[in-house]
Design a binder for this molecule. Structure first.
Ligand SMILES: *[C@@H]1O[C@H](CO)[C@@H](O)[C@H](O)[C@H]1NC(C)=O
Length: 325
């Protein structure tokens, strides 16, 4: 039985390696982490390391159409709509990474309503991933707001340094009239990823509690077809039994969907436990967010390998859950 664990591990390592483009020399890494990106959209989703720059100049009348330098026309119009619009740099890395954000420079005036915030996770329409109930930090500690206060002397805009707890982080900003910021983004590999956001990729993902009483969730922000490639959840006594897709145990894998990012109250399509190395059936969940949550008491070392791919109309036959629109 030991071999099964080893095999699973190898499979995961191989997939993990596949997801990364190999770096040829150390200079590549330097070039990558110092590459300069311009933020162009109000909701800008990015997964590359480097320096992200946003600038907004005061609107000049008539003659100057270039009042917003470095922004494309569309983004410009969007931001012009309402000066108090909150925009965000949505950062997402490989599943086994965390995000480090350094605010190298910023000029975001508190008095004119300017505000920035680093979020440990993603926020959309007031909903957060990871859900508050799934995170070891309280929400108020996960959201750090800051701006430049010019009543203070000497004028300082200190470097700010933030780290996320999972592969997703968000830098929010509201710059009503003028201001700018330069934020450096880096990704660091971690050995025990728990919560993972999947934004745009099909793939095979590993859930593991590493023996801890953790609840770990993989959330894909698209309607998805989910199937289990292998499973080892609950006590060893379950080993010779069939995989149970209607599990009432504390240690289980909940599969479900929700309209938005908040998935603690998701509609469940199945609760799975047991042991298996045979691929399980596919099921399609037509929801804004598809979540696979490993609930663990800490009594067992649980793990599951889950295949997630985008659902299309052809997958309607496989539907186990359709969320109300
Ligand atoms: C994990 O989830 C279960 C069921 O939702 C809950 O009872 C338990 O308190 C959670 N554990 C942690 C550490 O959040």
């Amino acid at each position: 039985m030991k071999f099964i664990g080893v095999f699973t591990l190898i499979t995961v390592v191989v997939f993990g390696v596949k997801a990364w483009s190999p770096l040829k020399n150390p200079y590549d890494l330097f070039a990558l982490t110092h590459k300069i990106h311009t933020i162009t959209e109000c909701m800008d989703v990015r997964s590359e390391p480097g320096d992200y720059i946003f600038k907004k100049f005061p609107k000049r009348s008539a003659s100057s159409r270039m009042s917003y330098v470095n922004l494309d026309q569309e983004a410009m119009e969007q931001i012009e709509e309402d000066p108090m619009t909150v925009c965000g740099l949505y950062i997402i890395g490989e599943p086994d990474t965390i995000v480090e954000v350094t605010i190298k420079q910023y000029n975001v005036n508190c008095e004119s309503g300017g505000l920035m915030a680093f979020v440990d996770g993603w926020e959309l329409n007031g909903e957060y991933f990871p859900s508050e109930v799934d995170h070891h930090r309280k929400l108020e500690d996960r959201v750090v707001e800051f701006c430049s206060d010019y009543r203070q002397w000497p004028k300082v805009s200190n470097k700010k340094f933030f780290k996320s707890s999972q592969n997703a982080a968000l830098l929010q900003y509201r710059i009503p009239t003028k201001g700018f910021f330069i934020a450096n983004v880096k990704f660091h590999k971690i050995s025990q990823p728990c919560n993972v956001l999947v934004q745009d990729t099909d793939g095979i993902f590993q859930l593991n509690n590493y023996g801890h009483p953790w609840n770990c969730t993989i959330a894909a922000i698209f309607p998805a077809v989910v199937s289990l490639s292998s499973l080892k959840i609950g006590s060893k006594a379950l080993r010779n039994e069939k995989v149970n897709y209607d599990c009432q145990m504390e240690d289980r894998l909940d599969i479900g969907g929700s309209g938005g990012l908040e998935n603690s109250n998701m509609d469940k399509s199945s609760s799975v436990c047991g042991y298996s190395d045979a691929p399980g059936p596919q099921q399609a969940l037509f929801c804004g967010t598809t979540s696979v949550r490993l609930v663990s008491s800490g009594k067992y070392s649980n793990q599951a390998t889950v295949e997630i791919r985008k659902a299309s109309v052809e997958d309607y036959d496989l539907a186990t859950l359709i969320c109300p629109v």
